[in-house]
Write a protein that binds this ligand. Structure first.
Ligand code: ZN
Length: 573
């Protein structure tokens, strides 16, 4: 069985409604099911699942796809992982994947290390006491797998005992060992170990914090980059916080791993932190798969505030929605949670747009009636806005400047490329598109009714949309009656495929007596068609009047009379 066969086999065995229902409560709606979209915040359902074509679509945010897309997106996993998961559910045995064996060895070493450090933390009274006194509770130790690398660690021994055939090179490649004058030595000792998990949950590296009295190395030390661990791509807490981030549609970014854990203990579970280095574009990009709303919650010192400006620029370049909050008067989240446990939740609620936050902080000590301050402010804002590629946000920020600064800096927006609009247009095109509704409804009834007798068809000229007209003829001439087959007719044409999906997903209001509905609809379409003709004709008549062409005029008027009669007939029927 090759890959595409396996995919087909899985799709045949699983029903999309059942797969989706594990995450989203669904209600039957006509031929489809509807529910609250799991990918954006909403109060009335616009998320539709079609069992006929085995796809879903949200009319609110535009998300659409099949079971694989759905599971990938909702679990935040990549395609091979979704394949594996769904294959298991479908009872389809996948042929061996050629996963890089070295990668799984590195994962294995990190996994064994997590177990070893976790065990050592329990065994060591000093480390246990330190953890307790720092405020980490038992649940966090378990959930985050906190551990301890002892002063005289025996990780190498533990790994060798529990795993077979690991070369020295593989041990060094894991980042947990170093080569010191030809001898394999452990990298971490006498440190509290925070395992860093990949988005799918396997440990890919560690952050080690020194215990008091250990003077070797920096206070926080991370695993070096390895083949499975790249600091610039990963965030601490990305696995543990993923579901809550999606649920609340908000990701909080703080400065360090311990803060992520303290926040979790405080009931705030949609929080992540970069790994020792500054925030990167890649990290934000990965995070934005879960939510586009990012709240920067950095330390209240100057460095923390500079980081907010940098983060705002990065987020704006990615068309995300950046917010900001600060633990003031406390130094950081850690201190704030200890001294005022309920405060963080309130600050999250009161979060400001990062732009307003940065701008109001900048002008706090400026006098905008002074030329030098004004120039400074203008240059500062210009630089900020140069990173905002979304035109709507750009205008919005300009409004904020007027509101907060009581001043119009007059920064033009014309040079900014409009990327959001074009993106929204390709995805959301059909969402608010109510034109040709009758034509779409007609096609809907046609494809859901297996009746292909002559009376059901209408002249293709009744279609005002040429694309829908073409689709109609294709359906008519194909002779296909099964919805899945009909949908396949348009697979090659992206535009028609989208229209088809739209038609299928909108079929929530079809009742059982579709023939009666069809009859009515045919009449309305005919009427619409005749009205269009009439309009076109009256334009022609007006032109003929201008040019005083009496022969044309006579013909045209006769035609008009005929059209009017036809229209009256349709209306009377
Ligand atoms: Zn949605």
């Amino acid at each position: 069985m090759d890959d595409s066969n396996q995919i087909e086999e899985i799709k045949n065995r699983l029903d999309i409604a059942q797969v989706v229902e594990k995450y989203v409560p669904l209600r039957q709606a006509g031929k489809n099911y509807s529910g609250l979209c799991p990918f954006h915040h909403e109060k009335t359902p616009s998320f539709i699942v079609s069992p006929d074509i085995q796809r879903y679509k949200c009319f609110g945010c535009g998300e659409t796809g099949d079971i694989f897309n759905f599971v990938q997106k909702i679990e935040n996993i990549d395609f091979p992982e979704a394949l594996e998961k769904l294959a298991k559910e479908a009872g389809v045995e996948l042929k061996k994947q050629n996963k890089n064996p070295k990668y799984s060895k590195l994962e294995e070493i990190n996994y064994l290390a997590t177990k070893y450090y976790y065990k050592e933390l329990k065994n060591d009274a000093t480390a246990s006491n330190y953890i307790k006194q720092r405020g980490f509770n038992q649940e966090s130790i378990k959930q985050f797998g906190l551990g301890y690398a002892p002063r005289y660690p025996k990780l190498l021994e533990y790994i060798t005992k529990n795993s077979s055939k690991l070369s020295n090179q593989e041990l060094i490649d894991s980042g947990l060992f170093v080569n010191k004058e030809g001898k394999i030595r452990e990298k971490f000792y006498d440190r509290i170990m925070f395992p860093i998990r990949s988005t799918k949950g396997s440990v890919i590296g560690f952050t080690g914090r020194v215990l008091p009295g250990n003077d070797y190395g920096p206070k926080y030390m991370n695993s070096p980059d390895t083949q499975i661990f790249h600091k610039k791509d990963n965030l601490f807490g990305q696995y543990e916080s993923r579901q809550e981030i999606r649920k609340l549609d908000l990701a909080i970014l703080c400065e360090g791993s311990p803060e992520v854990i303290f926040a979790h203990q405080n009931g705030i579970k949609n929080i992540v932190a970069p790994l020792g280095t500054g925030l990167t574009k890649e990290q934000l990009q990965n995070l934005s798969k879960l939510s586009k709303n990012i709240l920067f919650f950095f330390n209240s010192d100057t460095a923390g505030q500079a980081a907010v400006v940098k983060a705002f620029k990065l987020a704006s370049e990615l068309n995300l929605y950046p917010y900001a909050a600060t633990p003031v008067p406390y130094k950081d989240i850690d201190e704030m949670i200890q001294k005022e446990p309920g405060k963080m939740e309130k600050l999250i609620e009161q979060k400001q747009e990062a732009f307003s936050y940065i701008f109001s902080n900048f002008i706090i000590d400026k006098d905008l009636s002074e030329l030098s301050d004004l120039t400074n402010t203008k240059n500062f804002v210009k630089d900020l806005l140069s990173h905002v590629s979304d035109q709507i946000l750009h205008n919005h920020y300009n409004d904020k400047i007027k509101q907060i600064g009581k001043i119009d800096l007059g920064i033009s927006v014309s040079a900014i490329p409009d990327s959001t609009f074009s993106r929204k247009n390709t995805k959301g095109l059909l969402v608010k598109d109510n034109i040709c509704l009758l034509e779409k409804t007609y096609l809907q009834l046609l494809i859901f009714s297996k009746d292909r007798s002559e009376e059901i068809f209408i002249p293709s000229r009744y279609f005002s949309s040429s694309i829908l007209g073409e689709m109609y003829l294709t359906i008519k001439h194909s002779g296909k009656t099964e919805l899945a087959d009909i949908v396949k007719l348009f697979e090659a044409d992206e535009n028609k495929k989208l229209f088809m999906e739209d038609i299928v997903f909108r079929s929530t209001e079809i009742d059982e007596d579709s023939n009666k509905q069809l009859e009515k609809l045919t009449r309305r379409l005919k009427k619409q068609y005749l009205t269009r003709q009439q309009k076109a004709l009256s334009v022609k008549i007006a032109i003929a009047e201008e040019s005083n062409s009496s022969t044309d005029m006579e013909k045209l008027l006769a035609k008009m009379q005929h059209l009017t009669k036809l229209l009256k007939k349709v209306t009377d029927d």
